[in-house]
Design a protein around this ligand. Sequence first.
Ligand SMILES: Nc1ncnc2c1ncn2[C@@H]1O[C@H](COP(=O)(O)OP(=O)(O)OP(=O)(O)O)[C@@H](O)[C@H]1O
Ligand SMILES: [Mg+2]
Length: 496
Amino acid sequence: MKPVVAAQGISKHFGGVQALRDVSLSLHPGQVRSLVGENGSGKSTLIKILAGVYQPDSGTIHLDGVPCQHLHARQAVRAGVQVIYQDFSLFANLTVAENLALNTQIQSCRRFVNWRQVRRIATEALAKVGHEIDLDKSVADLTVAQKQLVAIAKALLHDARVIVMDEPTTALTKREVAALFRVIDDLRAKGLSILFVSHKLQEVREISDTITVLRSGRKVAEGDASQFSRDDLVFHMTGRRVETGTPPSRPGASQVLFEVRNLTRRNAFEQICFEVQRGEILGITGLLGSGRAELALALFGLEPVDSGTIRLEGRDIRLGNVSEAVIAGLAYVPEDRTLEGLFPPQSIERNMAIAGLGSFANRFGWLRPGQLRATVDRWMKDLSIRAPAQQTAVENLSGGNQQKVVLGKWLAAHTKLLILNGPTVGVDIGAKVDVHERIRSLVEQGLGVILISDDLPELLSLSRRVLLMSRGRIVKELTCESLDHDALAAELAELE
Ligand SMILES: Nc1ncnc2c1ncn2[C@@H]1O[C@H](COP(=O)(O)OP(=O)(O)OP(=O)(O)O)[C@@H](O)[C@H]1O
Ligand SMILES: [Mg+2]
């Protein structure tokens, strides 16, 4: 069958960075192709070229067999190419209904918006992804998962023949991923072509008909999904065999670092009690909406609480106040890096320095520029952040590299308790192992870590104790003996 979209010999550079070298890719009707590769390997760049957002330096794109010299975004959309980007491209200050339906209203050149129609279109679109989301909610108030779903629904609304999904399952629970996969199966059966970009290799192998692997901007492997094992994919992506580590052993004498007592916030979480030992990585997991994200925000003072106390090294920390939390030695790495964690137009150096040089700078003293550069340089190497220079604006980095900058920002500060919410979401497998290694070496120095994650292998390779949250409560504590992949998966399945 003729491909809907075919790219041939595509190359593209940005300044001194060769993002793509001679890459070819074709998308056929009724097929799901996955595109995998490490952070910065060129996946998003290739997608933007297929969508006519970037012009390649060389190479051609064929739409339905017709070569397009200069593919423009409008042409791509007209040919039915729809892309869901990593940042979703939604308008945060508009409601769900407005985000979904306003385009069609504008396209039909109406002078007045037909609100009833807007609601009907929006309801139908969400039904297609099988989810109910309050249409009148502003998108800014949605969870990451809900934003993702709205973005997918929006793409389905247009007469898409090719849907490109750039890491669509990043923030979805298992159940939501399953729902998304049903939608994808449905689209495939209808003859649509899907390009699926993900770092979750298990999912990639499950959903794809064919897989293309990029490494440093080159296509290094391609073929039927069935011919690649997970290890094969990792090897093609990284050029090395990668092994996951085991949790750091508990320090001999346990010493309480952080205590949470009866923390309650109505409609979010209730009577939360736990302790983190010095040198411990405490895992917290649960379904989306279990209250774990709200708990993380409250611990860091970003959200108010109704009652309860927290103490670090035996001293009470006033709740609901971020600067007190930071001064006390708490740090927080959010799940939604673009909204809470970064200043995208600023350089890597500045973003990393902010944690150490903000309003609380005096605790650490000013870093001299040379010192700052050396520190940032070390963190960039440690986390293998791929960028031309420290001065590169964070918005020009690949998604996974942005996430590493958020991490670096807090690792660079002098922290006692680090709260990590989905620390390696969107981070490739090689870098993930590096990030885990860093976290392990931090706790060896006596730091405490609260690790909130959906990623079971991640929890198992870092934590010896995992709390399970459901409906705002801690419902179970799993420790060494009861802690393995199957047990954890079974507990989570029971909650769904
Ligand atoms: N607008 C831009 N300006 C400068 N450099 C860019 C720009 N866009 C991408 N790059 C660089 O091109 C390379 C490829 O980036 P790209 O975003 O395509 O990677 P990716 O495979 O999508 O990675 P990730 O998995 O982290 O999302 C990276 O080195 C990135 O820093
Ligand atoms: Mg990307």
